[in-house]
Write a protein that binds this ligand. Structure first.
Ligand code: ATP
Ligand code: MG
Ligand code: MG
Ligand code: MG
Length: 563
Protein backbone atom coordinates (compact mmCIF):
# COMPACT_ATOMS: atom_id res chain seq x y z
CA UNK A 1 0.00 0.00 0.00
CA UNK A 2 1.23 3.45 -0.96
CA UNK A 3 -0.13 6.43 0.90
CA UNK A 4 0.11 8.51 -2.28
CA UNK A 5 -2.65 6.26 -3.66
CA UNK A 6 -4.66 6.10 -0.47
CA UNK A 7 -7.16 8.50 1.05
CA UNK A 8 -5.54 10.05 4.11
CA UNK A 9 -6.81 13.36 5.32
CA UNK A 10 -5.69 14.56 8.72
CA UNK A 11 -6.49 17.87 10.36
CA UNK A 12 -4.92 19.89 13.12
CA UNK A 13 -8.19 21.32 14.39
CA UNK A 14 -10.09 19.59 17.11
CA UNK A 15 -13.83 19.70 16.41
CA UNK A 16 -15.72 21.70 19.02
CA UNK A 17 -18.32 19.02 19.75
CA UNK A 18 -15.73 16.29 20.45
CA UNK A 19 -15.43 15.94 24.23
CA UNK A 20 -13.50 12.69 24.47
CA UNK A 21 -9.93 12.30 23.32
CA UNK A 22 -10.93 9.28 21.21
CA UNK A 23 -13.55 11.29 19.37
CA UNK A 24 -11.10 14.18 18.85
CA UNK A 25 -8.36 11.92 17.56
CA UNK A 26 -10.63 9.88 15.31
CA UNK A 27 -11.79 13.14 13.73
CA UNK A 28 -8.29 14.59 13.47
CA UNK A 29 -6.91 11.38 11.99
CA UNK A 30 -9.78 11.42 9.50
CA UNK A 31 -10.99 7.97 10.53
CA UNK A 32 -14.64 8.98 10.69
CA UNK A 33 -16.79 11.76 9.32
CA UNK A 34 -20.18 12.69 10.66
CA UNK A 35 -23.17 12.28 8.39
CA UNK A 36 -25.82 13.17 10.99
CA UNK A 37 -26.30 12.78 14.73
CA UNK A 38 -24.93 9.38 15.72
CA UNK A 39 -24.25 8.42 12.09
CA UNK A 40 -20.67 8.21 10.87
CA UNK A 41 -18.92 7.32 7.65
CA UNK A 42 -15.82 5.21 8.23
CA UNK A 43 -13.11 6.57 5.96
CA UNK A 44 -10.73 4.14 4.26
CA UNK A 45 -8.32 4.63 7.17
CA UNK A 46 -10.97 4.11 9.86
CA UNK A 47 -12.35 1.11 8.05
CA UNK A 48 -8.95 -0.63 8.12
CA UNK A 49 -9.00 -0.43 11.92
CA UNK A 50 -12.63 -1.51 12.17
CA UNK A 51 -11.94 -4.52 9.93
CA UNK A 52 -8.96 -5.54 12.05
CA UNK A 53 -11.05 -5.53 15.19
CA UNK A 54 -13.73 -7.44 13.33
CA UNK A 55 -11.29 -10.10 12.18
CA UNK A 56 -9.94 -10.74 15.69
CA UNK A 57 -13.52 -11.08 16.93
CA UNK A 58 -14.41 -13.40 14.04
CA UNK A 59 -11.35 -15.61 14.50
CA UNK A 60 -11.97 -16.09 18.20
CA UNK A 61 -15.70 -16.68 17.78
CA UNK A 62 -14.96 -19.32 15.14
CA UNK A 63 -12.28 -20.88 17.35
CA UNK A 64 -14.81 -21.02 20.20
CA UNK A 65 -17.18 -23.03 18.00
CA UNK A 66 -19.71 -20.34 17.13
CA UNK A 67 -21.07 -20.33 13.56
CA UNK A 68 -21.40 -17.15 11.53
CA UNK A 69 -24.59 -16.17 9.74
CA UNK A 70 -26.05 -12.86 8.62
CA UNK A 71 -29.53 -11.61 9.45
CA UNK A 72 -31.36 -8.62 7.97
CA UNK A 73 -31.13 -5.26 9.68
CA UNK A 74 -34.76 -4.55 8.73
CA UNK A 75 -37.11 -6.83 10.64
CA UNK A 76 -40.89 -7.23 10.56
CA UNK A 77 -43.00 -5.88 13.42
CA UNK A 78 -44.90 -9.18 13.75
CA UNK A 79 -41.74 -10.89 14.95
CA UNK A 80 -41.19 -8.25 17.61
CA UNK A 81 -44.86 -8.41 18.61
CA UNK A 82 -44.44 -12.11 19.39
CA UNK A 83 -42.17 -11.23 22.31
CA UNK A 84 -43.96 -8.01 23.21
CA UNK A 85 -40.85 -5.98 22.42
CA UNK A 86 -42.47 -4.04 19.60
CA UNK A 87 -44.13 -2.03 22.37
CA UNK A 88 -41.73 -2.65 25.22
CA UNK A 89 -38.39 -1.90 23.63
CA UNK A 90 -39.03 1.80 23.82
CA UNK A 91 -37.87 4.75 21.82
CA UNK A 92 -34.52 3.25 20.88
CA UNK A 93 -36.41 1.07 18.38
CA UNK A 94 -36.53 2.78 15.01
CA UNK A 95 -39.81 1.88 13.34
CA UNK A 96 -40.24 1.98 9.59
CA UNK A 97 -43.30 1.66 7.36
CA UNK A 98 -43.01 0.36 3.81
CA UNK A 99 -45.09 1.30 0.76
CA UNK A 100 -47.67 -1.36 1.65
CA UNK A 101 -48.04 0.16 5.12
CA UNK A 102 -46.34 -2.88 6.66
CA UNK A 103 -44.34 -2.10 9.77
CA UNK A 104 -40.69 -2.93 10.31
CA UNK A 105 -37.91 -1.91 12.62
CA UNK A 106 -34.19 -1.48 12.20
CA UNK A 107 -32.65 -4.17 14.38
CA UNK A 108 -31.15 -2.87 17.65
CA UNK A 109 -30.42 -6.53 18.59
CA UNK A 110 -31.59 -9.79 17.07
CA UNK A 111 -33.06 -12.25 19.60
CA UNK A 112 -36.34 -12.39 17.67
CA UNK A 113 -34.75 -12.84 14.25
CA UNK A 114 -32.38 -15.56 15.40
CA UNK A 115 -35.10 -17.43 17.29
CA UNK A 116 -37.23 -17.30 14.15
CA UNK A 117 -34.32 -18.77 12.20
CA UNK A 118 -33.75 -21.42 14.85
CA UNK A 119 -37.39 -22.53 14.95
CA UNK A 120 -37.33 -23.05 11.19
CA UNK A 121 -34.00 -24.88 11.19
CA UNK A 122 -33.88 -26.88 14.40
CA UNK A 123 -36.25 -29.63 15.48
CA UNK A 124 -34.16 -32.15 17.40
CA UNK A 125 -32.00 -32.07 20.51
CA UNK A 126 -29.35 -33.65 18.30
CA UNK A 127 -28.88 -30.31 16.56
CA UNK A 128 -28.11 -28.61 19.89
CA UNK A 129 -26.14 -26.95 21.26
CA UNK A 130 -25.54 -24.35 18.61
CA UNK A 131 -24.23 -20.80 18.78
CA UNK A 132 -24.98 -18.52 15.83
CA UNK A 133 -23.29 -15.19 15.49
CA UNK A 134 -23.22 -12.27 13.09
CA UNK A 135 -21.21 -9.10 12.71
CA UNK A 136 -23.87 -6.70 11.58
CA UNK A 137 -24.92 -3.08 11.75
CA UNK A 138 -27.35 -2.18 14.52
CA UNK A 139 -29.43 0.92 15.01
CA UNK A 140 -30.54 2.29 18.37
CA UNK A 141 -32.16 5.67 18.51
CA UNK A 142 -30.02 6.69 21.49
CA UNK A 143 -31.45 9.69 23.32
CA UNK A 144 -28.02 11.26 23.48
CA UNK A 145 -25.73 9.96 20.78
CA UNK A 146 -22.29 11.28 21.63
CA UNK A 147 -18.57 10.65 21.78
CA UNK A 148 -18.47 9.78 18.07
CA UNK A 149 -18.68 6.03 17.48
CA UNK A 150 -18.55 5.36 21.22
CA UNK A 151 -22.28 5.99 21.56
CA UNK A 152 -23.54 6.17 18.04
CA UNK A 153 -27.02 5.45 16.74
CA UNK A 154 -25.80 3.20 13.93
CA UNK A 155 -22.94 0.96 15.02
CA UNK A 156 -21.31 -2.38 14.34
CA UNK A 157 -22.00 -5.19 16.77
CA UNK A 158 -20.99 -8.80 16.96
CA UNK A 159 -24.03 -10.53 18.35
CA UNK A 160 -24.18 -14.22 19.15
CA UNK A 161 -27.09 -16.37 20.31
CA UNK A 162 -26.83 -19.90 21.64
CA UNK A 163 -29.50 -22.61 22.05
CA UNK A 164 -29.37 -25.44 24.57
CA UNK A 165 -31.37 -28.43 25.69
CA UNK A 166 -30.53 -27.81 29.36
CA UNK A 167 -29.66 -24.95 31.70
CA UNK A 168 -26.38 -26.70 32.53
CA UNK A 169 -25.37 -26.63 28.90
CA UNK A 170 -26.25 -22.93 28.65
CA UNK A 171 -23.99 -22.26 31.64
CA UNK A 172 -21.20 -24.22 29.94
CA UNK A 173 -21.48 -22.14 26.76
CA UNK A 174 -21.70 -18.95 28.79
CA UNK A 175 -18.33 -19.80 30.30
CA UNK A 176 -17.03 -20.71 26.85
CA UNK A 177 -18.06 -17.26 25.55
CA UNK A 178 -16.61 -15.60 28.62
CA UNK A 179 -13.29 -17.26 27.82
CA UNK A 180 -13.53 -16.26 24.14
CA UNK A 181 -14.20 -12.64 25.12
CA UNK A 182 -11.22 -12.71 27.44
CA UNK A 183 -9.06 -13.88 24.53
CA UNK A 184 -10.49 -11.25 22.18
CA UNK A 185 -9.87 -8.28 24.49
CA UNK A 186 -6.46 -9.64 25.49
CA UNK A 187 -5.43 -10.06 21.85
CA UNK A 188 -6.60 -6.54 21.10
CA UNK A 189 -4.21 -5.29 23.76
CA UNK A 190 -6.90 -3.73 25.93
CA UNK A 191 -6.86 -3.32 29.67
CA UNK A 192 -10.25 -4.69 30.66
CA UNK A 193 -12.29 -6.27 33.40
CA UNK A 194 -15.18 -8.71 33.34
CA UNK A 195 -17.79 -7.18 35.55
CA UNK A 196 -20.72 -8.77 37.34
CA UNK A 197 -23.82 -7.12 35.89
CA UNK A 198 -26.51 -8.69 38.02
CA UNK A 199 -26.87 -11.03 40.94
CA UNK A 200 -27.34 -14.03 38.72
CA UNK A 201 -30.39 -16.16 38.03
CA UNK A 202 -29.88 -19.33 36.03
CA UNK A 203 -26.31 -20.28 36.59
CA UNK A 204 -24.66 -17.97 39.06
CA UNK A 205 -23.20 -15.23 36.91
CA UNK A 206 -26.25 -14.76 34.72
CA UNK A 207 -24.87 -11.60 33.13
CA UNK A 208 -21.45 -10.04 32.93
CA UNK A 209 -20.19 -6.99 31.11
CA UNK A 210 -16.69 -6.54 29.76
CA UNK A 211 -15.37 -3.08 30.44
CA UNK A 212 -12.34 -1.36 29.01
CA UNK A 213 -10.96 0.62 31.93
CA UNK A 214 -10.93 4.35 31.27
CA UNK A 215 -11.55 7.44 33.35
CA UNK A 216 -13.86 8.72 30.62
CA UNK A 217 -16.04 5.60 30.82
CA UNK A 218 -19.76 6.10 31.29
CA UNK A 219 -20.09 3.27 33.78
CA UNK A 220 -18.89 3.09 37.37
CA UNK A 221 -17.52 -0.29 38.37
CA UNK A 222 -16.42 -1.75 41.68
CA UNK A 223 -13.28 -3.91 41.92
CA UNK A 224 -11.67 -5.90 44.62
CA UNK A 225 -7.92 -5.67 45.09
CA UNK A 226 -7.95 -9.23 46.41
CA UNK A 227 -9.11 -11.10 43.30
CA UNK A 228 -10.59 -10.67 39.85
CA UNK A 229 -13.95 -9.78 41.33
CA UNK A 230 -15.52 -6.74 39.73
CA UNK A 231 -19.11 -5.63 39.44
CA UNK A 232 -20.94 -2.69 38.02
CA UNK A 233 -21.94 -0.48 40.92
CA UNK A 234 -25.53 -1.65 40.87
CA UNK A 235 -24.49 -5.26 41.31
CA UNK A 236 -21.80 -4.32 43.81
CA UNK A 237 -24.17 -2.35 45.97
CA UNK A 238 -26.87 -5.01 45.70
CA UNK A 239 -24.29 -7.56 46.83
CA UNK A 240 -22.85 -5.40 49.60
CA UNK A 241 -23.77 -6.98 52.92
CA UNK A 242 -23.57 -3.81 54.98
CA UNK A 243 -26.60 -1.51 55.17
CA UNK A 244 -26.22 1.44 52.89
CA UNK A 245 -25.53 3.91 55.60
CA UNK A 246 -24.90 6.90 53.40
CA UNK A 247 -27.93 6.31 51.24
CA UNK A 248 -30.08 5.67 54.24
CA UNK A 249 -28.90 8.89 55.81
CA UNK A 250 -29.56 10.80 52.61
CA UNK A 251 -33.06 9.44 52.40
CA UNK A 252 -33.68 10.15 56.06
CA UNK A 253 -32.97 13.77 55.25
CA UNK A 254 -35.41 13.63 52.35
CA UNK A 255 -37.98 12.10 54.62
CA UNK A 256 -38.52 15.09 56.82
CA UNK A 257 -41.71 17.09 57.02
CA UNK A 258 -40.08 20.18 55.61
CA UNK A 259 -40.65 21.23 52.03
CA UNK A 260 -38.06 20.13 49.57
CA UNK A 261 -37.50 21.00 45.95
CA UNK A 262 -36.65 18.40 43.35
CA UNK A 263 -33.16 19.85 43.34
CA UNK A 264 -32.92 19.32 47.11
CA UNK A 265 -33.96 15.71 46.77
CA UNK A 266 -31.58 15.15 43.88
CA UNK A 267 -28.78 16.71 45.90
CA UNK A 268 -29.58 14.55 48.88
CA UNK A 269 -29.62 11.46 46.69
CA UNK A 270 -26.37 12.53 45.13
CA UNK A 271 -27.83 12.91 41.68
CA UNK A 272 -26.96 15.82 39.41
CA UNK A 273 -30.09 16.45 37.37
CA UNK A 274 -29.15 17.65 33.93
CA UNK A 275 -32.39 19.34 33.19
CA UNK A 276 -35.33 20.79 35.02
CA UNK A 277 -37.34 18.04 36.61
CA UNK A 278 -40.69 18.90 38.08
CA UNK A 279 -41.28 15.89 40.26
CA UNK A 280 -39.35 13.04 41.77
CA UNK A 281 -40.52 9.91 43.48
CA UNK A 282 -38.06 7.91 45.48
CA UNK A 283 -38.68 4.25 46.13
CA UNK A 284 -36.89 1.59 48.05
CA UNK A 285 -36.15 -1.91 46.88
CA UNK A 286 -38.98 -3.01 49.12
CA UNK A 287 -41.32 -1.00 46.93
CA UNK A 288 -42.16 1.80 49.33
CA UNK A 289 -42.51 5.37 48.24
CA UNK A 290 -40.26 7.38 50.49
CA UNK A 291 -40.91 10.78 49.17
CA UNK A 292 -42.82 12.22 46.31
CA UNK A 293 -41.78 15.67 45.43
CA UNK A 294 -43.92 17.82 43.20
CA UNK A 295 -42.70 21.21 42.26
CA UNK A 296 -41.32 22.33 45.53
CA UNK A 297 -43.59 20.39 47.88
CA UNK A 298 -43.13 17.01 49.38
CA UNK A 299 -46.64 15.67 48.84
CA UNK A 300 -46.21 12.24 50.26
CA UNK A 301 -43.95 10.65 52.79
CA UNK A 302 -43.75 7.25 54.28
CA UNK A 303 -41.46 6.90 57.20
CA UNK A 304 -38.18 5.27 56.50
CA UNK A 305 -38.54 3.17 59.62
CA UNK A 306 -41.22 1.16 57.85
CA UNK A 307 -38.76 -0.03 55.25
CA UNK A 308 -37.17 -3.34 56.08
CA UNK A 309 -33.63 -4.03 54.84
CA UNK A 310 -33.20 -0.92 52.75
CA UNK A 311 -30.84 -2.00 50.01
CA UNK A 312 -30.97 1.08 47.85
CA UNK A 313 -33.24 3.58 46.30
CA UNK A 314 -34.66 4.25 42.94
CA UNK A 315 -37.08 6.49 41.17
CA UNK A 316 -40.54 5.08 40.71
CA UNK A 317 -42.76 4.53 37.70
CA UNK A 318 -46.14 6.13 37.34
CA UNK A 319 -47.82 2.75 37.83
CA UNK A 320 -45.97 2.12 41.06
CA UNK A 321 -46.67 5.57 42.34
CA UNK A 322 -50.40 5.38 41.61
CA UNK A 323 -50.50 1.94 43.17
CA UNK A 324 -48.84 3.12 46.35
CA UNK A 325 -50.63 6.38 46.65
CA UNK A 326 -53.98 5.17 45.47
CA UNK A 327 -54.71 8.76 44.69
CA UNK A 328 -54.27 11.42 42.11
CA UNK A 329 -54.58 9.15 39.09
CA UNK A 330 -52.64 10.57 36.21
CA UNK A 331 -50.71 12.71 38.59
CA UNK A 332 -47.67 12.12 36.46
CA UNK A 333 -49.83 12.42 33.37
CA UNK A 334 -47.40 12.45 30.48
CA UNK A 335 -45.02 10.04 32.22
CA UNK A 336 -45.75 6.88 30.31
CA UNK A 337 -46.63 3.91 32.49
CA UNK A 338 -43.34 2.19 32.17
CA UNK A 339 -40.91 0.48 34.46
CA UNK A 340 -39.16 2.35 37.19
CA UNK A 341 -35.74 3.81 37.07
CA UNK A 342 -33.64 1.79 39.36
CA UNK A 343 -30.42 2.76 40.98
CA UNK A 344 -30.06 -0.74 42.28
CA UNK A 345 -30.34 -4.12 40.61
CA UNK A 346 -31.84 -5.31 37.36
CA UNK A 347 -29.91 -4.02 34.39
CA UNK A 348 -31.93 -5.98 31.90
CA UNK A 349 -30.81 -4.44 28.67
CA UNK A 350 -34.19 -4.42 27.00
CA UNK A 351 -35.83 -2.97 30.08
CA UNK A 352 -33.19 -0.27 30.33
CA UNK A 353 -34.44 1.04 27.04
CA UNK A 354 -37.82 1.63 28.64
CA UNK A 355 -36.70 3.63 31.60
CA UNK A 356 -38.11 7.06 31.77
CA UNK A 357 -37.17 9.76 34.15
CA UNK A 358 -38.89 13.04 34.29
CA UNK A 359 -41.79 15.05 35.35
CA UNK A 360 -45.49 15.69 35.04
CA UNK A 361 -45.01 17.91 32.11
CA UNK A 362 -44.49 17.16 28.44
CA UNK A 363 -40.93 17.64 27.34
CA UNK A 364 -39.40 17.05 30.70
CA UNK A 365 -38.76 13.36 30.27
CA UNK A 366 -35.77 11.37 29.28
CA UNK A 367 -36.58 8.00 27.75
CA UNK A 368 -34.19 5.08 27.65
CA UNK A 369 -32.39 6.43 30.65
CA UNK A 370 -28.95 5.24 31.47
CA UNK A 371 -28.27 6.22 35.04
CA UNK A 372 -24.64 7.08 34.71
CA UNK A 373 -25.02 8.78 31.41
CA UNK A 374 -28.18 10.83 31.64
CA UNK A 375 -28.15 11.71 35.29
CA UNK A 376 -24.59 12.64 35.88
CA UNK A 377 -23.21 10.37 38.40
CA UNK A 378 -20.29 11.92 40.20
CA UNK A 379 -22.13 12.38 43.49
CA UNK A 380 -23.87 9.07 43.16
CA UNK A 381 -20.54 7.41 42.64
CA UNK A 382 -19.20 9.33 45.61
CA UNK A 383 -22.18 8.14 47.59
CA UNK A 384 -21.53 4.57 46.56
CA UNK A 385 -17.90 5.07 47.43
CA UNK A 386 -19.07 5.87 50.93
CA UNK A 387 -20.90 2.63 51.01
CA UNK A 388 -18.55 0.19 49.33
CA UNK A 389 -15.22 1.80 48.59
CA UNK A 390 -12.62 0.83 51.12
CA UNK A 391 -14.81 -1.88 52.54
CA UNK A 392 -13.30 -5.29 53.04
CA UNK A 393 -14.23 -7.60 50.19
CA UNK A 394 -15.13 -11.21 50.81
CA UNK A 395 -11.90 -12.26 49.10
CA UNK A 396 -9.77 -10.43 51.64
CA UNK A 397 -9.10 -7.46 49.35
CA UNK A 398 -10.41 -3.96 49.48
CA UNK A 399 -13.20 -2.60 47.26
CA UNK A 400 -12.30 0.23 44.89
CA UNK A 401 -14.44 2.17 42.41
CA UNK A 402 -13.28 2.91 38.87
CA UNK A 403 -14.78 3.69 35.52
CA UNK A 404 -15.21 1.62 32.41
CA UNK A 405 -16.52 1.49 28.85
CA UNK A 406 -18.83 -1.44 28.17
CA UNK A 407 -17.41 -3.25 25.13
CA UNK A 408 -19.02 -6.63 25.62
CA UNK A 409 -21.88 -8.30 27.40
CA UNK A 410 -22.64 -11.98 28.00
CA UNK A 411 -26.09 -12.99 29.13
CA UNK A 412 -27.94 -16.15 30.13
CA UNK A 413 -31.36 -15.45 28.69
CA UNK A 414 -33.08 -18.65 29.69
CA UNK A 415 -36.33 -19.40 27.85
CA UNK A 416 -37.82 -15.93 27.60
CA UNK A 417 -37.57 -15.70 23.81
CA UNK A 418 -37.88 -19.37 22.88
CA UNK A 419 -41.03 -19.64 25.01
CA UNK A 420 -42.63 -16.45 23.70
CA UNK A 421 -41.89 -17.51 20.12
CA UNK A 422 -43.02 -21.08 20.67
CA UNK A 423 -39.76 -22.66 19.68
CA UNK A 424 -39.28 -26.22 20.77
CA UNK A 425 -37.26 -29.25 19.71
CA UNK A 426 -37.82 -32.93 20.42
CA UNK A 427 -35.75 -34.20 23.35
CA UNK A 428 -34.22 -37.68 23.78
CA UNK A 429 -37.62 -39.05 24.78
CA UNK A 430 -39.39 -37.56 21.80
CA UNK A 431 -41.02 -34.88 23.94
CA UNK A 432 -41.18 -31.21 23.02
CA UNK A 433 -38.60 -29.19 24.92
CA UNK A 434 -38.11 -25.41 24.86
CA UNK A 435 -34.40 -24.60 24.42
CA UNK A 436 -32.57 -22.30 26.82
CA UNK A 437 -30.78 -19.38 25.20
CA UNK A 438 -27.74 -17.23 25.78
CA UNK A 439 -26.77 -14.02 24.04
CA UNK A 440 -23.37 -12.43 23.71
CA UNK A 441 -22.64 -8.98 22.29
CA UNK A 442 -19.49 -7.08 21.43
CA UNK A 443 -19.42 -3.44 20.38
CA UNK A 444 -17.01 -3.80 17.46
CA UNK A 445 -17.08 -0.13 16.47
CA UNK A 446 -17.07 1.06 20.10
CA UNK A 447 -13.86 -0.95 20.68
CA UNK A 448 -12.04 1.30 18.21
CA UNK A 449 -12.84 4.38 20.31
CA UNK A 450 -12.29 2.58 23.62
CA UNK A 451 -8.81 1.50 22.51
CA UNK A 452 -7.91 5.10 21.76
CA UNK A 453 -9.10 6.22 25.20
CA UNK A 454 -6.48 3.86 26.64
CA UNK A 455 -3.74 4.41 24.09
CA UNK A 456 -2.88 7.97 23.13
CA UNK A 457 -0.44 10.78 23.81
CA UNK A 458 -0.06 14.42 22.89
CA UNK A 459 0.88 13.42 19.33
CA UNK A 460 -2.09 11.21 18.68
CA UNK A 461 -3.25 7.61 18.69
CA UNK A 462 -1.00 4.71 19.71
CA UNK A 463 -2.56 1.55 18.25
CA UNK A 464 -2.06 -1.83 19.77
CA UNK A 465 -0.54 -3.77 16.81
CA UNK A 466 -3.57 -6.07 16.21
CA UNK A 467 -5.84 -3.13 15.39
CA UNK A 468 -3.39 -0.70 13.80
CA UNK A 469 -4.32 0.33 10.24
CA UNK A 470 -0.78 -0.71 9.37
CA UNK A 471 1.92 -2.15 11.62
CA UNK A 472 4.76 -0.24 9.98
CA UNK A 473 5.04 2.98 8.03
CA UNK A 474 8.03 3.21 5.71
CA UNK A 475 8.61 6.93 5.29
CA UNK A 476 10.53 8.12 2.27
CA UNK A 477 12.40 11.40 2.38
CA UNK A 478 12.20 13.24 -0.90
CA UNK A 479 10.92 10.33 -3.06
CA UNK A 480 10.36 12.35 -6.23
CA UNK A 481 13.89 13.63 -6.50
CA UNK A 482 15.73 10.60 -5.27
CA UNK A 483 15.02 7.47 -7.28
CA UNK A 484 17.54 5.43 -5.33
CA UNK A 485 15.89 6.22 -2.00
CA UNK A 486 12.46 5.54 -3.47
CA UNK A 487 13.63 2.17 -4.76
CA UNK A 488 15.21 1.22 -1.43
CA UNK A 489 11.98 2.08 0.35
CA UNK A 490 9.93 0.03 -2.11
CA UNK A 491 12.30 -2.91 -1.61
CA UNK A 492 12.00 -2.65 2.17
CA UNK A 493 8.20 -2.55 1.87
CA UNK A 494 8.24 -5.71 -0.24
CA UNK A 495 10.49 -7.46 2.27
CA UNK A 496 8.27 -6.49 5.16
CA UNK A 497 5.22 -7.72 3.34
CA UNK A 498 6.95 -10.97 2.46
CA UNK A 499 7.66 -11.38 6.18
CA UNK A 500 3.94 -11.02 6.80
CA UNK A 501 4.15 -7.50 8.22
CA UNK A 502 1.31 -5.12 7.28
CA UNK A 503 3.38 -2.19 6.02
CA UNK A 504 2.53 1.02 4.23
CA UNK A 505 4.78 3.29 2.20
CA UNK A 506 4.54 6.99 2.86
CA UNK A 507 5.60 8.25 -0.55
CA UNK A 508 3.46 11.38 -0.49
CA UNK A 509 6.56 13.55 -0.62
CA UNK A 510 5.63 15.62 2.44
CA UNK A 511 8.22 17.48 4.48
CA UNK A 512 9.59 15.11 7.15
CA UNK A 513 7.95 17.06 10.00
CA UNK A 514 4.48 16.95 8.43
CA UNK A 515 4.90 13.31 7.39
CA UNK A 516 6.00 12.18 10.87
CA UNK A 517 3.19 14.15 12.52
CA UNK A 518 0.63 12.31 10.37
CA UNK A 519 2.14 8.90 11.04
CA UNK A 520 2.14 9.59 14.76
CA UNK A 521 -1.38 11.02 14.74
CA UNK A 522 -2.80 7.95 12.98
CA UNK A 523 -1.00 5.78 15.52
CA UNK A 524 1.24 3.51 13.42
CA UNK A 525 3.18 1.34 15.92
CA UNK A 526 6.50 1.29 13.97
CA UNK A 527 8.07 3.97 11.81
CA UNK A 528 11.04 3.48 9.51
CA UNK A 529 12.64 6.37 7.65
CA UNK A 530 14.51 5.72 4.41
CA UNK A 531 16.83 8.59 3.51
CA UNK A 532 19.87 9.23 1.37
CA UNK A 533 22.03 9.68 4.46
CA UNK A 534 20.81 6.40 5.98
CA UNK A 535 21.37 4.46 2.79
CA UNK A 536 24.92 5.78 2.58
CA UNK A 537 25.52 4.51 6.12
CA UNK A 538 23.68 1.25 5.43
CA UNK A 539 21.02 2.00 8.07
CA UNK A 540 17.35 2.80 8.50
CA UNK A 541 16.02 5.15 11.11
CA UNK A 542 13.61 3.24 13.33
CA UNK A 543 11.26 4.49 15.98
CA UNK A 544 8.56 2.68 17.92
CA UNK A 545 5.47 4.84 18.45
CA UNK A 546 5.93 4.88 22.22
CA UNK A 547 9.72 5.39 22.13
CA UNK A 548 11.14 8.82 22.82
CA UNK A 549 14.07 8.52 20.40
CA UNK A 550 14.83 7.04 17.02
CA UNK A 551 17.67 4.55 16.42
CA UNK A 552 19.67 3.75 13.31
CA UNK A 553 19.50 0.04 12.58
CA UNK A 554 20.82 -2.19 9.84
CA UNK A 555 18.21 -4.09 7.87
CA UNK A 556 18.50 -7.44 9.69
CA UNK A 557 18.16 -5.80 13.11
CA UNK A 558 15.29 -3.69 11.83
CA UNK A 559 13.35 -6.67 10.46
CA UNK A 560 13.95 -8.60 13.69
CA UNK A 561 12.70 -5.65 15.71
CA UNK A 562 9.47 -5.29 13.74
CA UNK A 563 8.38 -8.86 13.06
P1 ATP B 1 -24.76 0.74 26.85
O1 ATP B 1 -24.94 0.36 28.30
O2 ATP B 1 -23.43 1.36 26.58
O3 ATP B 1 -25.91 1.53 26.30
P2 ATP B 1 -25.94 -1.70 26.12
O4 ATP B 1 -25.83 -2.43 27.42
O5 ATP B 1 -27.21 -1.03 25.79
O6 ATP B 1 -24.74 -0.62 26.03
P3 ATP B 1 -25.87 -4.21 24.72
O7 ATP B 1 -27.31 -4.35 24.40
O8 ATP B 1 -25.29 -5.00 25.82
O9 ATP B 1 -25.53 -2.63 24.92
O10 ATP B 1 -25.09 -4.43 23.33
C1 ATP B 1 -23.84 -5.10 23.21
C2 ATP B 1 -22.71 -4.13 22.99
O11 ATP B 1 -22.96 -3.21 21.93
C3 ATP B 1 -22.41 -3.25 24.18
O12 ATP B 1 -21.66 -3.95 25.15
C4 ATP B 1 -21.64 -2.11 23.55
O13 ATP B 1 -20.27 -2.43 23.44
C5 ATP B 1 -22.24 -2.00 22.15
N1 ATP B 1 -23.13 -0.85 22.06
C6 ATP B 1 -24.35 -0.70 22.63
N2 ATP B 1 -24.89 0.49 22.32
C7 ATP B 1 -23.98 1.12 21.53
C8 ATP B 1 -23.96 2.39 20.87
N3 ATP B 1 -24.98 3.23 20.97
N4 ATP B 1 -22.87 2.72 20.14
C9 ATP B 1 -21.83 1.87 20.03
N5 ATP B 1 -21.80 0.66 20.61
C10 ATP B 1 -22.86 0.28 21.36
MG1 MG C 1 -27.78 0.90 25.75
MG1 MG D 1 -25.13 -1.50 29.25
MG1 MG E 1 -25.10 -4.32 27.82
Amino acid sequence: MRLSQFHLRTTKETPADAELVSHQLMMRAGMIRKLAAGLYTWSPLGLRVLRKVESVVREEMNAAGAIELLMPTIQPAELWRETGRWEKFGDQLLKITDRKEAQYCYSPTAEEAVTDFARQELNSYKQLPVNYYQIQTKFRDEIRPRFGVMRAREFLMKDAYSFHISDEDLVREYHNMHAAYTRIFTRLGLEFRAVQADSGAIGGDASQEFHVLAESGEDAIAFSTGSDYAANVEAAVAAAPAPRAAATEALRKVDTPTQKTCEDVAALMGIALQRTVKSIAVMTEGGFVLALVRGDHVVNEIKLAKVPGLAGYRLASEAEISQHLGSEPGFLGPLRPREAIRVVADRDVAAMADFVVGANEVGYHLAGVNWGRDLEEPETVADIRNVVEGEAAADGGVIRIGRGIEVGHVFQLGRKYSEAMQFSVLDENGKASVPAMGCYGIGVSRIVAAAIEQNNDANGIIWPVPMAPWTVAVCVINPKNDAQVAQAAADLLAELRAAGVDAVLDDRGLRPGAMFADIELIGIPHRVVVSERGLAAGTYEYRARRASEAENLDKATLLARIS
